[in-house]
Design a protein around this ligand. Structure first.
Ligand code: MUC
Ligand code: MG
Length: 367
């Protein structure tokens, strides 16, 4: 079970249509495939999506930190020494997506070695999750049409609406149109990616008070400390900390400081090892948890469902598992599918994912 090699392979797959939100937009999935090899001939895989506008990482930076710093720190360790891996990676600050992909590839390799799924290794609570689809910025009619298409094609009835534009009426009109079109047959919540001030957020939430929103996420920056506490204290829905609460320490600070009342867990930024810690903390604090999406491809989405299905708390709410639908293609030999609004954990060892070698050749950028 000794780690012998870590590969970091940059690849690029275009999006069918860009996903736009208050902190940025994504037109091409320029991700990094991580492969962890062991002396038993096992290979574990995961992907890292760089999000410079949220965490400062770039594709080239992820490859460099994996090759130059993290690979030498873990080669020679056993797959069972996951806490030692965690401690060594923690010597370097930041780099959440690079650390997480390495961590998840290691768990995949462990599952393959032991012939059990990652979900069974982590907690084994269920084998599936309901799905929330994320709607990026557009005109109200186009966003309603997209939601209808996603509902008809994949059976999804939960939508996260990107907000945070100015004037806020651009976004409140979308949420109102969605509610008027679908009535109570869909769940809706909003994510501002820090686009509004606390006062703008309060006004927009007031304007949408009759629309039955389930949550509000990261409407204004957590660094506007008092403004955000003021906002959260007056809302009658849970306020989800997403990019402001990456580590368990961030979660503790945001929750105890009154700047959030729920959290998003994203395996793309906390892997499986750190996501476990966040899950246990959230359970202890009695928080609502949503499994979020860092605009992952199919492999990243499989990681999210593998973790989310492991615990009762993380599988209770629909997870954001469908961003890959916007991509023109992917690397998996057997594509991930969403049926009747659900994604199931892949049966089989580890993450249960195999790559299509021809697609990897086509999309990799290092040759
Ligand atoms: C989200 O929930 O914010 C947008 C940026 C990012 O890192 O993730 C997405 C989705
Ligand atoms: Mg978010």
């Amino acid at each position: 079970m000794k780690i012998t090699q870590v590969e970091a392979i940059p690849f690029a797959i275009p999006y069918r249509k860009p996903l736009r939100f208050a902190s940025g937009e994504v037109r091409t999935a320029e991700h990094v495939l991580v492969r962890v090899h062991t002396d038993d001939g096992v290979v574990g895989i995961a992907e890292a999506p760089p999000r410079p506008f949220t965490y400062g990482e770039t594709q080239a930076g992820i490859v460099a930190v994996l090759e130059d710093i993290f690979a030498p720190q873990v080669v020679g360790l056993s797959l069972l020494e996951r806490e030692t891996v965690h401690a060594r990676l923690a010597r370097t600050v930041g780099n959440p997506a690079a650390k997480s992909a390495l961590d998840m590839a290691l768990w995949d390799a462990l599952g393959r070695t032991l012939d059990v799924s990652v979900t069974e290794l982590l907690g084994g609570y269920t084998d599936r999750m309901r799905v929330t689809h994320m709607l990026g910025f557009d005109e109200p009619a186009a966003m309603v049409a997209e939601a209808s298409r996603i509902r008809e094609t994949h059976g999804i009835t939960s939508f996260k609406v990107k907000v945070g534009r100015r004037p806020a009426s651009l976004d409140t009109a979308v949420v109102r149109a969605l509610r008027e079109t679908f009535g109570d047959s869909v769940d809706l919540y909003v994510d501002g990616n820090r686009g509004w001030t606390a006062a703008e957020s309060a006004r927009a939430m007031h304007e949408m008070a009759d629309l039955g929103l389930l949550f509000a996420e990261e409407l204004c920056p957590a660094d506007d400390v008092l403004g955000r506490r003021w906002l959260v204290s007056q809302l009658d829905v849970p306020f989800i900390a997403d990019e402001s609460a990456v580590t368990p320490a961030d979660v503790t600070r945001e929750i105890l400081g009154g700047s959030a009342t729920a959290i998003s867990i994203k395996t793309a930024r906390t892997g499986f090892t750190q996501s476990q810690r966040t899950h246990h903390l959230a359970e202890g604090l009695g928080l609502e948890v949503v499994m979020g999406n860092q605009i992952d491809g199919q492999l990243g989405s499989l990681c999210t469902v593998a973790f989310g299905a492991s615990f009762r708390l993380t599988s209770r709410r629909p997870g954001e598992l469908s961003n890959f639908l916007d991509m023109a293609d992917d690397l998996l030999a057997e594509p991930l599918t969403i049926t009747d609004g659900e994604v199931t954990v892949r049966p089989g060892a580890g993450l249960g994912a195999e790559l299509d070698p021809e697609k990897l050749e086509l999309y990799r950028q290092d040759r």
